[in-house]
Write a protein that binds this ligand. Structure first.
Ligand SMILES: Cc1cc2nc3c(=O)[nH]c(=O)nc-3n(C[C@H](O)[C@H](O)[C@H](O)COP(=O)(O)OP(=O)(O)OC[C@H]3O[C@@H](n4cnc5c(N)ncnc54)[C@H](O)[C@@H]3O)c2cc1C
Length: 367
């Protein structure tokens, strides 16, 4: 027998960066919001490279996004170390070096903190409860409980149940393996491109006393090599004790056509809000979460259309996402070339163009 529970203004499925941020802004707007997450402790286990741009870097990357400091608050205890350089490394191993202000996070602490932030604003969290299905305005949990809300938000990441059941559009997903390794890995964050990571990239991101090292590929470009063997080959180039092994999947085809259907919304990875040219998803999910939260509040208060969320997203992030998708498309084609051509292509003359690709600017100054 199922039990009918009280109704909410908003139910958010998933309490990652997208869901917690959506809930934070819905609660700030005075509405009753419940976040349901299948994990007992949101943020664990780790599934991340843990690199985010600093807020100054975000202002350069996403110039139309207002009040970055209010949105992206990172407590000191969630920062493992600060980095000031990014190396783009072709197969030859000779890097192109760029100034880049980044934060290496302790991602688990970061996500737990976002949950606390939303809770202090009045959002409620139900953890250890998986959402099984969504029927109109009812959310059905695996244990059979049913909950109602005026608006339901799918923030369940790349495998979100609302996206799976109510949207037909598919996204390209890149499977990833990564480790945490003890040791000293210098100061720069490194992105490696070439046949070691077909259609994707590998990374070495230094943390305090170690590094987060990982690799993601496009399976259809890997010519039969498995993710496991490619990841093992790349990671074995580095010496140090492995303290954690993780895996995950990242949507890499950019945002889907529409984030809103009736009273259902998608945000974060479930809506494809990852910049495909550099894999940034945490801060982008939070940008989407703030817009979604604010537009849900005006919908509930003034009856404005939920599609305002999509319109505002396009105003703030449309051109960045468009450029990033284009860069990824061109990049995926270039990455099919043999390593020796890539080695020639990554050179001091092309250095500014490579950086435009990675930072989601128009790849060539003219289009
Ligand atoms: C291996 C890896 C490395 C990455 N590295 C970086 C990086 O270095 N920098 C960066 O910016 N981004 C990185 N990303 C991307 C980033 O992690 C995501 O873009 C970001 O987490 C998106 O946030 P989200 O809230 O949309 O989804 P998630 O963080 O995935 O959160 C989704 C939540 O929904 C819950 N959930 C899912 N299904 C259900 C269900 N049916 N019922 C209840 N709860 C459910 C999950 O338990 C989870 O807590 C990486 C991703 C991966 C996989």
């Amino acid at each position: 027998m199922t039990e009918d529970l009280e109704a909410w203004d908003v139910i958010v499925i998933g309490g990652g960066p997208a869901g917690s941020t959506t809930a934070r802004y819905v609660a700030e707007g005075g509405k009753r919001v419940l976040v349901i997450d299948g994990r007992d402790s949101i943020g664990s286990p780790l599934q991340c490279g843990e690199l985010v741009p600093t807020n100054d870097e975000m202002r350069r990357l996403c110039p139309n996004v207002p009040d970055i400091d209010d949105l992206l608050q990172t407590p000191e205890e969630a920062i493992s170390r600060r980095t000031s350089e990014m190396h783009i490394v072709p197969p030859s191993g000779k890097p192109l070096k760029y100034p880049f202000d980044g934060l290496m996070l302790n991602r688990v602490i970061h996500d737990e903190w976002l949950v606390k932030l939303a809770s202090t604003k009045g959002a409620e969290f139900m953890t250890g409860s998986r959402v099984e299905a969504i029927e109109e305005n009812t959310v059905i949990l695996r244990d059979g409980r049913r909950l109602k809300a005026e608006v339901i938000v799918g923030a369940g990441g790349h495998n979100d149940p609302l996206r799976r059941s109510h949207w037909e559009e598919s996204s390209l997903k890149i499977p990833i393996k990564f480790v945490l390794m003890d040791g000293d890995f210098g100061d720069a964050v490194e992105l490696h491109f070439g046949s070691m990571a077909p259609g994707g990239y590998a990374w070495v991101f230094p943390k305090e006393g170690g590094a987060n090292i990982g690799l993601g590929i496009q399976r259809e470009l890997s010519k039969g090599s498995s993710l496991n063997s490619l990841a093992d080959q790349f990671i074995s180039k580095y010496q140090g004790e492995i303290t954690f092994r993780g895996a995950g999947s990242l949507p890499m085809s950019g945002t889907i056509q529409s984030f809103v259907k009736g009273s259902h919304l998608l945000v974060g990875d479930s809506a494809g809000m990852v910049l495909p040219s550099n894999g940034a998803g945490i801060t982008i999910a939070m940008i989407g979460g703030r817009i979604a939260g604010q537009k849900i509040v005006s919908h509930l208060e003034n009856g404005t259309s939920l599609h305002e969320y999509e319109i505002e997203w396009k105003r703030q992030m449309g051109s960045v996402m468009r450029n990033s998708k284009l860069s990824f498309m061109i990049g995926s084609w270039i990455m099919r070339l043999p390593d020796w051509i890539l080695n020639m292509a990554f050179n001091p003359l092309t250095k500014p163009f490579v950086w435009r690709f990675v930072t989601c600017r128009k790849p060539f100054f003219i289009f």
